[in-house]
Structure formats: C-alpha cells, structure tokens
Design a protein around this ligand. Structure first.
Ligand SMILES: Nc1ncnc2c1ncn2[C@@H]1O[C@H](COP(=O)(O)OP(=O)(O)OP(=O)(O)O)[C@@H](O)[C@H]1O
Ligand SMILES: [Mg+2]
Length: 614
C-alpha cells in the first residue's frame, strides 16, 4: 500500500484510544546529573559564591585546605523548614522571574556535593550531605541555635596535594575576579568591583577592555564563564556583563545564539576590533583576530586591505593589498624560506612564509586567491606583464628559482688564500669580543645586575661569572659558500661567513668592517641552527637590540671592528699590496671629517688628514 501523505499524523481515532502517560524520572538520573555537571572543584566553589550573592550576602569568605574547605556568607540563609525542603532537598524547583541573580536550575549545590562531604549550618538547621556514603539521602537537624547567613564545611573526597591546593586557590580567585560582593580566599580579597576599574568601553550591558593577546575572558555578572581564544570573537580582553548571560547547564559556555545580551555585547566587541585596524603595531593575536574575521566575512576587504597580516619569507608582515597584481609564492618548508628571501631580494615575487595563511583558516595560495578574487582587477597586470585570472599570480618557489637549492658548504680553512686567511683571523677576533660581551649581558640580565660597576670598585658578579661559566660557547668563525645566506650558524659551535662577502670586499678594495660586526652579532643571537629555519623570535631581537643599545660601549664596538680592519691590512701585506695605496673607507671617513672640521674653522693646527691616517 502506498500513502500520498508522507508525514503520517496520529489519527484522532488512535489518540482517543490511547492512554496518556507522563515520563518519569528514575532517581539515578538525579545522581547522574549531580555527578556529571561537576566539572572542577573551583567551579563547584564558585557555585557556593554565586548562591551567596543570590542570598543577598555582602561578602563570602572561603578557606581552603588539603582536606577540605569552608564557605561562609552573611546572606539570609535558609529561613524555614519549608525553604530547606523546597530548595535544598528538592532539585529542580523552578525559580520565579527575577528572584535570583545567578540561580536558574536549582541544581548548582550538587557540584559541591560531588566533590566533598558537606555540612550546611544555617538558621536553626544543619544539613549533612555525603553522597558517597548515603547516596541521595541526607541528614537534617532543625533544633539548633539560630545562626545568621550560611556556613558550608566541606571535606574533600580526594584530598589535595600542595600543588593542587595552590592551583585551586589561584583558579578560584580568577573565577571570582569581578564578583559584585567581597570575596576572600584564605583571608585575601580576590575580587575587584568593575565600577572601580578602568575599561575601554562601558555600556548598559557590560564593561569591556581589550588587551593585545591572551584570549577573551567572559564574566557573567562577575563570575567567570570561559576564556575564549582570541579568534573566536575577534578580540582579546575582558568582558564583564552587567546583565545575565545565557549560559549552558555547567555555566562554562555561552549559548551565543540564544543570548540577546551577548548579541549586543558582540556588536560592541566588533566595534573594538574594527578599531584594531588603525593600530600601527599589531600583535599576532590581533592579526589572527582580523584575519579570521575577514575570512568569516565579518570584516570588509577595504577595511583590512592595508593591515599587515601576512608574514613573508624575510620575517616581515605585508598587507593583502600588497599582493594585488603581483607574483606571489609561498615557502613550502623552512629551507624554501631561505630561497624565498633570495627571491624577494631579487624582486622576482613576494614570497610568503610557510604557514602564513593559517590565520585565515586556509593553507594554500589558491584558497587565498579565492578569498580575494572579488577584489581583483580582472586578470591582466601591467606590473607583472602576464595574463592571469585572480587577485595575484600564484607561482611556486621552484618555478621562480629553479637553480637555487639553498646549500651550505664550509670551506677548509687551511686551503684559504693568504688574504682570506688574514681577514678570517680578524673576523675571529671580532667574534670573540662579541661573544664575551654577549655572555656578560646574558649573565647580568639573569642576575638582575646592571652594567655599571659599583662606586666601591667591587667586581660585579656578572664579570666573574662570565669568565668562569659563560652561557654562550665560543663559536669558530669559518668561511663558507651558500647561494642563500650571507652567514649562518649551528647556534653552538661555528659561524660561517659567505666567502662572497670577503671576495667582494677584497675586489672592491674598499673596506668597512661594520657590516661584519652586524653579521657576526646576528649569528651569535641565533641560539639555534638557522640553516633551515631563518626565523627571529622575540629573544633574538631582544639580544640584538640590548647588545647594541645597552651593553656594548662604542669603544668596544670600535675595538671589535678594528680586529677585522687589522686582519684586512695584514691580508694586503701578505700578498705584497701595501695598505697605503688603497682607499680605506673608514679612513676616508676620517679624512672627510678632518676636512669638514677645518672648513668650519674650529680645528687645532695639527689636525691634518695625513696625521690622522698614520
Ligand atoms: N548560601 C545560601 N544561602 C541561602 N540559601 C541558599 C544558599 N545556597 C543555596 N541556597 C538555596 O538553595 C537553593 C539551591 O541552590 P542551587 O545552587 O542548587 O540552585 P540555584 O542557585 O537555585 O540554581 P542554580 O542551579 O542555577 O545554581 C537556592 O535556590 C537557594 O534557595
Ligand atoms: Mg546556585
């Protein structure tokens, strides 16, 4: 038999015959709910704090120990046997609209039950709950002397070790950070009142503050719900709602689609995120947030086109707009990244770093092109003189540089020419001085000491430690060949300088040693092998910066540079080519200076160029 009506409805006839029944609950369901809604001990204790707020308390004091806890509040407590029976004994009794700030399900106390044996002393009552021993039964006394508020004593089912106890106190403080009554943990107030703090924005719904990174921490009227990854809502910072947020049963996630308060807060957050694009310097988390919002269609291309979101092979960030009508490739691995640097130096294409697209939630140039296609100019570029379809012309690193294999070869030092060997000796002298200074800096920083020697003339600790126990081992300077690197290091034993650098200098017969100082310092600041991954983290930049600006004295820098100059002069002598016959750039600078000083009429009688060059 076939039916023309596909959605079968129970006929009135069959409904009439049916017996109407109601679903029932097995007591085990309550048991399961108590067990499974409990996430962590800190969240369970937070339930106690929220209940104190609902009871009209002005403060809630918590003490923690390895064996248990105590939560005391000065709220109204349980006022009658009826309230105990209806609200304590009975799970799920509905709330009346507006009778509580947090209370919703009449289930929260179950979280405390699942972690500890608890006794509740309130009014004339004492309730003892031990679900491990008594299951869903509990003991009630109502003949005691009246005591105000509510005091809950708990004995952990699983005692805590000291690390867990410390962590619990810390996490609980974080959960209560913006509660609206005084909350203390082990006698220390852990909350602040939002009205007393500085915010980027205060609306009728929430207090909002942005931060450069760390994700978005959302508090439901002061009680922490969850820390969301920055890209989830496009911004890092703190939101403390003023009105109730709709949260899940365990109160550890927002129900974003159902929550009208959150919808309005989200609009405010989008506004704050929009302001990010005008920042001159962005953090990676902020870049992630903008890229993710663009990919999700939440931010328009024209608003973010000039924001530097894409990491290139040289370690700089470039904008999406800069790719338009250009040739673009992407390093498939870390060794291609080195080749990518060359490609960019030669102006062949923009080479994106490996993984540069992950913040858009994509991994290939084709996907990026698809994302940007609506904003393309139509496929013919004047600048790259090729016909293509899309926003940019995607190429591979291999197509652009088929001959570059990114090789690194170290040359046998005993087989170098006399000139090269002499310069190499100078470079080693320079490198040793850099190494010594870097060790002093690293150790002084570790010890929290300053560069200055004390007025009493006592030797600073860093001075001795740098000699006895250096943090950076001496690296041997060698000459090498590479088609991608000017210099490289294994981060521990050697620094290789590309022999082309020396050759070029010797051929030009012009000499300036400062570039070698930068090269050697750069390589020393790499404390890992940089042949494959030529990446620079914050530690690298810090070391490079502090060495130059804070630690090394100008005269020490000159002394290091002189080593190479002397090596160069020795090299010239070794091949019978006297120094005087060549223009030494460093010396010519001095000659220039003397001429200018003389022209200014402020020089003494013996400042001649010849005198200075001696
Ligand atoms: N410290 C307290 N002082 C006074 N009454 C309390 C206290 N703690 C709990 N209660 C009473 O016990 C009831 C049950 O608390 P419970 O935390 O289980 O549920 P709730 O707070 O009503 O809702 P939710 O499940 O959303 O937390 C509360 O509604 C309140 O009437
Ligand atoms: Mg509660």
């Amino acid at each position: 038999m076939t039916s023309t009506n596909s959605t079968a409805q129970p006929s009135t006839e069959s409904t009439k015959l049916a017996e109407r029944r109601t679903f029932r609950m097995h007591p085990d369901l309550l048991w399961s709910v108590i067990q499974s809604q409990a996430g962590t001990a800190d969240k369970a204790l937070l339930e106690g704090v929220m209940n104190a707020v609902d009871a009209g308390a002005t403060r809630c004091d918590i003490e923690l120990s390895a064996t248990g806890f105590r939560i005391v509040d000065d709220g109204r407590g349980f006022e009658s046997r009826q309230t105990v029976e209806d609200f304590f004994e009975t799970f799920g009794t509905p709330h009346k609209e507006g009778d509580a700030t947090y209370g919703k399900f009449r289930m929260g106390r179950g979280q405390l039950f699942s972690f500890a044996f608890t006794t509740w002393r309130t009014g004339t009552f004492l309730m003892s709950v031990d679900i491990k021993k008594l299951g869903l039964d509990y003991d009630l006394r109502d003949d005691l002397e009246h005591t105000p508020g509510c005091a809950i004593e708990g004995t952990w089912y699983d005692p805590l070790d000291s690390a867990k106890l410390y962590r619990l106190a810390h996490d609980l403080g974080r959960l209560c950070a913006w509660m609206q009554i005084v909350v203390t943990v082990d006698a220390r107030q852990v909350n602040r009142f939002p009205a007393d703090a500085q915010w980027d924005l205060e609306t009728k719904d929430a207090y909002l503050k942005c931060s450069p990174s760390g994700g978005l921490t959302v508090y439901n009227m002061g009680a922490l719900v969850r820390i969301y990854a920055a890209e989830e809502f496009g911004v890092s910072g703190v939101v403390v709602s003023k009105r109730a947020l709709t949260v899940n049963f365990a109160r550890n996630d927002l129900l974003t689609s159902k929550c009208t308060v959150w919808r309005s807060i989200k609009r405010q957050l989008d506004g704050l995120r929009g302001a990010l694009v005008t920042k001159k310097v962005l953090t990676d988390a902020e870049r992630d947030a903008i890229a993710r919002a663009f990919a999700a269609g939440e931010m328009a291309y024209q608003d973010i086109a000039n924001v530097r979101l894409l990491l290139n092979a040289k370690g700089n960030h470039v904008s999406l707009a800069s790719l338009r009508d250009s040739k673009v490739c992407m390093a498939a691995n870390l060794s291609e990244q080195r080749i990518g640097e060359k490609i960019m130096d030669a102006g062949l294409a923009i080479c994106l770093a490996q993984g540069a697209l992950s913040r858009f939630g994509i991994s290939t140039l084709a996907e990026l092109d698809k994302l940007l296609y609506p904003h393309s100019t139509g496929g013919r570029s004047r600048s790259i003189s090729v016909i293509y379809r899309g926003f940019f012309k995607a190429c591979t690193v291999h197509e652009l540089a088929p001959d570059i294999k990114s090789f690194y070869k170290i040359l046998d030092s005993t087989k170098l020419g006399k000139q090269q060997a002499a310069v190499l000796a100078g470079l080693q002298g320079m490198a040793d001085k850099v190494c010594k200074k870097l060790n002093e800096y690293l150790i002084a920083t570790e010890l929290g000491e300053s560069k200055r020697w004390s007025p009493s003339g006592d030797t600073p600790r860093w001075w001795k430690e740098a000699k006895d126990n250096p943090r950076l081992a001496r690296r041997v300077v060698v000459l090498g060949q590479s088609d991608t690197a000017q210099a490289w290091t294994d981060g521990a034993t050697f620094i290789a300088i590309n022999i082309d650098q020396i050759r070029r200098m010797l051929e030009n017969r012009r000499f300036l040693s400062t570039p070698f100082l930068y090269l050697i310092l750069h390589e020393y600041c790499h404390r890992e092998n940089d042949e494959q991954a030529h990446t620079h983290g914050p530690e690298f930049y810090r070391l490079f910066h502090d060495y130059q600006l804070e630690w090394s004295e100008p005269w020490e820098t000159f002394a290091a540079e002189q080593d190479v100059l002397v090596g160069y002069l020795k090299g010239l002598k070794a091949v019978g080519s006297p120094a005087k016959s060549h223009l030494l750039v460093e010396h010519s600078f001095q000659a220039d200076l003397i001429q200018r000083v003389e022209a200014a009429g402020v020089a003494g009688s013996d400042t001649t160029a010849a005198g200075a060059i001696n």
